[in-house]
Design a protein around this ligand. Structure first.
Ligand code: NAP
Length: 264
């Protein structure tokens, strides 16, 4: 890995996970932090001598070969004001709904790509979407999860909504545990059972060839059995169609809409 210094403009939830994962993977990598989120950026810098907190975003950019932009879309303009980029730099934007062209307007003459990790990158796990494929970014993320190259922003827009199934997934977990506990099972037993079940299913999926993933449905049910009955009832209730509808709704959102409060 040839990149020696990376910077973060915006040190929030996602940046923290990326910083911890990247530092775990690359012991020699220097990390430059913007000063906002004072407590978090100060803690990260205090706990690792390779992490440096600067007083301005412009200093972060000047000290970095690869610059991650990890603010929320409405914060972008202010975050990049006063920064100057070089042609040898790569900017990796994590912002949902902001195009490469929009980032290039503010970061020229640097190269720009978009990256979509999930917070599990902290443990070097999970998907990392790169758009467009980029050799420097690929080297940086090597070993931090499953790199998924997509050729253009249309493909990125189609894959991005799936990342919004993190909290719905945990809500499903909570519903399974909650119903079981309501039937009288002690909460720790219900929680242990459901968590272990979901973990085992994820492992089964990970051990299955990509082309065979759909076969897991029939392999985990018998006609008239519990799995079959529950899947069919959920299908009848529009459960799986609702997944597609929710993904389509998310993919229509742009820029600042993505951080507005969702209407229940
Ligand atoms: N969280 C995820 O799982 C996830 C996944 C994929 C993509 N993303 C994208 O990643 C971006 C960050 O998400 P997040 O969840 O990490 O948000 P977040 O926790 O709100 O982090 C945003 C950070 O940007 C900082 N910031 C705001 N204005 C700034 C400025 N002018 N200069 C420097 N820093 C500034 C904030 O500091 P203050 O606290 O001081 O305001 C905060 O530390 C978003 O665009 C989101 O779409 C997030």
């Amino acid at each position: 890995m040839t990149v020696r210094s990376i910077g973060f403009i915006g040190v929030g939830t996602l940046a923290k996970a990326m910083i911890l994962g990247l530092r775990r993977r690359w012991p020699e990598l220097e990390v430059q932090l913007s000063p906002r989120s004072e407590r978090l950026s100060s803690e990260l810098a205090a706990g690792d001598q390779k992490i440096h907190r600067w007083t301005t975003n412009a200093e972060v950019v000047a000290a970095s070969e690869v610059v991650f932009v990890t603010v929320r879309p409405p914060q972008l303009q202010e975050a990049l004001s006063g920064t100057r980029f070089r042609p040898d730099q790569l900017v990796l934007s994590c912002l949902a709904g902001i195009s490469i062209a929009e980032i290039k307007e503010r970061c020229a003459p640097a190269e720009v790509a978009r990256v979509l990790p999930i917070p599990a990158i902290e443990r070097c796990e999970g998907p990392i979407v790169l758009c467009p494929p980029d050799a420097r970014a690929r080297a940086l993320f090597d070993g931090l999860g499953d790199i998924v190259d997509v050729p253009d922003e249309a493909a990125l827009a189609a894959i991005w909504p799936c990342s919004a199934f993190m909290s719905p997934y945990f809500a499903l977990q909570a519903a399974l545990i909650g119903w079981t506990a309501e039937q009288g099972v002690e909460h720790p037993a219900a929680a242990t059972y459901v968590r272990s079940l979901l973990k085992a299913l994820a492992t089964t999926s990970a051990l299955t060839e990509l082309a065979d993933l759909d076969r897991l449905i029939e392999e985990h049910e018998t006609p008239g059995g519990l799995n079959n009955r529950i899947r069919l009832q959920l299908e009848k209730a529009g459960w799986f169609a609702a997944v597609g509808d929710a993904l389509a709704m998310t993919s229509r959102l742009r820029g600042a809409e993505l951080t507005n409060q969702a209407k229940p």
